[in-house]
Each structure stands twice: as C-alpha cells, then as structure tokens.
Design a protein around this ligand. Structure first.
Ligand SMILES: C[S@@+](CC[C@H](N)C(=O)[O-])C[C@H]1O[C@@H](n2cnc3c(N)ncnc32)[C@H](O)[C@@H]1O
Length: 295
C-alpha cells in the first residue's frame, strides 16, 4: 500500500466528548488515537483512513455527534499520509517494522537499518526467539508509537518495562534516554532473550533484566519509584496490577498500558482511576488499545 492510499484526519474536541466522536467515526477508520493537547485543554483525535475518503459522510457523522452533545461541529483537517510514513510502512506487512522514529528489524535487515538510522530513525535489532515481541504485534506497535509521542515532550530518568518479553520496549527506552531501564518478566526465557537482545544492541549497560511476577521480586520495589511504567500484558493482569503500578509510580509519572482490547477499555481504566490515574492518551490499532495514564 503506498502513502497515497492513506489519509489522516484530525479534529480538536473537548475532553469529555472524545468517546462520542471516536464512536461516531467508528468503523471507517483503520487506526485512531486521541491525546490531550495541553493539561485540561482540548483533545486531538487523529484518524487514519483508507482511500477514497468519504469526507462528506465523515463530516456528517461528526456533526451529528456534536449536535447530540450540544457542541459546534468540529473542523475536519484532512491530509494525505506522506510516502514512508510509519503507518504506511507498518501496513506493508513485511519486515522491518516502523513505528514513529523506531524501526524494529531482524539480522537480515541490518543494511536497511543503517540507512534508516542515517535518516534519524532509531533502529532496534530484535531476535524474538520464543519470547513475545518482534515489534510486529499491534500492542507493541501501539506502545512504540505512544513512547515516540511521549518522548517528544519529556525525558524520563527511571523507566520500567513490566512484561518485557523480548525486550523491545526496554531497548527503545534505553536508546531514547541512555538511562537504566528495568525490564521485568514472569517468564525466565523472556528474561534471557531480553538480556541477549540488550547485548545485541549494545544497550546492556542500561537494560537490567529481572525475573519477576509483577512487583514480587524485591529488586523491583527497591528500585522504585519509576517515572515511566510501560506494561504490555493483558487486560486481567493489568487490572490486577493497578494498585502495585500506582504504588511504584513517582509523583508526576506516566503509565503506558497495552494488551487490552477496545471493549476492555472501561474496566481497565476504572481499575486505574481507583488508584488516582487518569487517561492522558489513547491509541487504537485494529482491536487493540494502548492507554497513556497520568496522576
Ligand atoms: C504481550 S507480551 C509483551 C512483550 C513486550 N513488552 C512487547 O511489547 O513486545 C507480555 C509479556 O508479559 C509477561 N507477563 C505476563 N504476566 C506477567 C506478570 N504478572 N509479571 C511480569 N510479566 C508478565 C509475559 O511473559 C510476556 O512476555
């Protein structure tokens, strides 16, 4: 699929109206992400659409949603997605995977990785082995996009990748900030694959793999608080981990959750809201959601 086959649409709306507008555009969109533009300010909803775009239909649905909320219809900004945009690349279904500035590749794509790096990309070589995470799954992809977005505005000093699998997210954070990243997983094999991948990418001085079920290993608590916790697990364990994640988060810290389905959004968010963590961004790729939360 070439870049000319995809369109990006953006609207700015009040925070409380985001779910209604997201639902209004519903099935037409390939991907949809929403972010607050400033604390307490309007949210931006960004949608990715296939060509041809039914602009009139989309505007009508947005206007209807606005009318039902007693709001003015939001102005729709529509633009073609440029060639080699992340989404274009990710829809090609062929390696390597690109997500924002990140490029996740196998050993066979080293020359493409070097080329991309000269253009400013952050290339990560990942041998997934039997551990989850070659960057191709929507849940990991969503995390990399959320991380890329977050890193544009802020530098984190002490992040945690909980449920690190092959370590893609820990590697990404280590490359962004060159700080110690704790990478924990319940699966001993994942921990050893993450360790091998941190060596492969010469990031072993920064990535510290730990075998732990949630925060059970005392090393994880001893190292707390974390200013960024990324957890790409599944909805149920994410709900169960909500109190521990909140307890190990530094004041002003951020949490990125992935591995939940769109229909599990409300139950996961409720578990974190009960811990004083609120939605600051949401990204949907296919059926999967990535949530960004802050205190
Ligand atoms: C969906 S994979 C994500 C891997 C990697 N973070 C990525 O995005 O590619 C989830 C990982 O979480 C781990 N996991 C599941 N429950 C866990 C728990 N309670 N504590 C730590 N890790 C857990 C699994 O072993 C698995 O490696």
């Amino acid at each position: 699929m070439s870049g000319a086959n995809l369109w990006q649409a953006v609207v700015f709306v009040p925070a409380l109206s985001v779910p209604a507008f997201e639902e209004a555009v519903g099935e037409d969109v390939l991907a949809c992400s929403s972010f607050e533009t400033a604390p307490g300010g309007p949210w931006s909803i960004q949608m990715l659409l296939p060509d041809p775009v039914d602009q009139d239909g989309l505007e009508t649905r947005l206007a209807r949603a606005a009318a039902s909320l007693d709001l003015p219809a939001p102005a729709l900004r529509l633009s073609q997605v440029p060639e080699r945009d992340w989404v274009t690349a990710s829809y090609q279904a062929l390696p390597p995977v690109r997500a924002g500035r990140f490029m996740v590749h196998g050993a066979h794509d080293r020359s493409a990785a070097r080329r991309d790096e000269r253009g400013g990309a952050i290339a990560l070589e990942v041998d997934a082995g039997r551990a989850f995470g070659n960057g191709r799954h929507e849940t990991t992809h969503g995390c990399l996009l959320a991380l890329d977005h977050l890193a544009k505005g802020r530098r984190f000093r002490h992040p945690l990748d909980l449920g690190c699998g092959a370590g893609v997210l820990a590697l990404a954070m280590a490359r962004l900030w060159r700080v110690e990243v704790v990478a924990a997983d319940i699966d001993p094999w994942a921990v050893s694959v993450a360790r091998a991948n941190s060596r492969l990418n010469r990031l072993h001085p920064w990535v510290r793999p730990v075998l732990s079920d949630g925060f059970e290993d005392p090393k994880l608590s001893a190292d707390a608080p974390y200013d960024l916790i990324m957890a790409n697990i599944l909805a149920r364990p994410l709900q169960r981990l909500a109190p521990a994640i909140a307890a190990h988060l530094a004041p002003g810290g951020r949490v990125i959750l992935s591995g939940l389905l769109a229909r599990q959004d409300a139950q996961v968010r409720a578990a974190y809201r009960a811990q004083g963590l609120y939605l600051a961004g949401r990204r949907r790729l296919g059926e999967w959601l990535t949530l960004e939360l802050s205190r």
